[in-house]
Design a protein around this ligand. Sequence first.
Ligand code: SF4
Length: 385
Amino acid sequence: MKIGIIDAELVYNKKHRFPNLVSMKLSAYHKKKSDEVTLLLNYDNISDYDKVYISKVFTDTQVPERVLAFSNVEYGGTGFFYDKAPPLPYEIEHCIPDYHLYDEWVKNQLENGVTKKSLKYYTDYSIGFMTRGCIRGCNFCVNKNYKKSEKHSNTAEFLDNSRPYICLLDDNVLACSDWKNIFDELISTGKRFVFKQGIDERLLTEEKCDYLFNKIKWIGDYIFAFDNIADKDLIISKLKLIRRYTDKKIKFYVLCGYNHQNNIYDEEFWKNDIISLFERIKILIEYGCIPYVMRYEKYNSSCYKGIYINAAAWCNQPNLFKKMTFSDFCKQRGMSIKGNKIYGNDFENYIANGGKKGAAWRYLNEFTAVYLDIAEKYFCMKGEM
Ligand code: SF4
């Protein structure tokens, strides 16, 4: 059989840089059956194949509707069905991924000047899940229907010994009762690994910290999440715990624009949400951590949308975040390129010489005019104490 496999993110977003695990498993399954498998990079020749699989992770990735109507096309993934995505059949889910599916594409990328480093997940990592599921049931999350985190596979199921690193996509490994055996098994591979989706710091204990910061050979950033200001006291207690084990920079996803209590998104909510966002950023700065702002789609309807855009641009560029206050960042972002070159951080001189305030600067001013107290409390802090 001629099998075509489409990683929808790769077709839609030319800058996408993470392999699709389902596509690699489908490829492995069909190659084992001696089928001819091709990674397709567009939707042009669907009819040339006996079967075409389209896999999509993100809901905002576009796939032409007409393609989904082809009788030889099968499609799936959270990008199509979100929390209702049907699982893969057992024999496909549990086969070792075909790490060569992207070889030709990687070769072309390298020839076209893309850096080897940016393709590392295609070339250097074994990828898989040790556990599936989560205990939290957060309403905004694709995993909201899960009630627990359970063992899903052993490393043997996805480990390619020729690859130096392991990337794990588990949703909440620390919530699994078997977490210690899982870490021991990963350690026994001798490889460095990372849990890319983040770790639930609310579940940290002395023993878990000892594993995470002393025993494990981690690669890349440690990533946690601080999504809800209601967790403030718990998060601070865990930050203190973390700091007894490591002084490394730690990244925290910080969700904003989401109402954890109800579905009311009025002026009062947006004001409080911005306070919550900056209060969490402030706490993280105090403990030497780096926030990574994640905007829930509702932020688009906020009267202070520009503040969210600026906050994400500020925090998510750690080099700027460390050096500049939020206020200076907005002002500099709101200068013309020429003005920036001439005046740098000398904002007063820029304005005195006729410089115009661009959107980022205007957003800052508009918000500050209404909520001077919030601006005074938070907008003059820098990412590094
Ligand atoms: S803790 Fe994380 S993975 Fe679990 S439901 Fe909440 S957002 Fe999703």
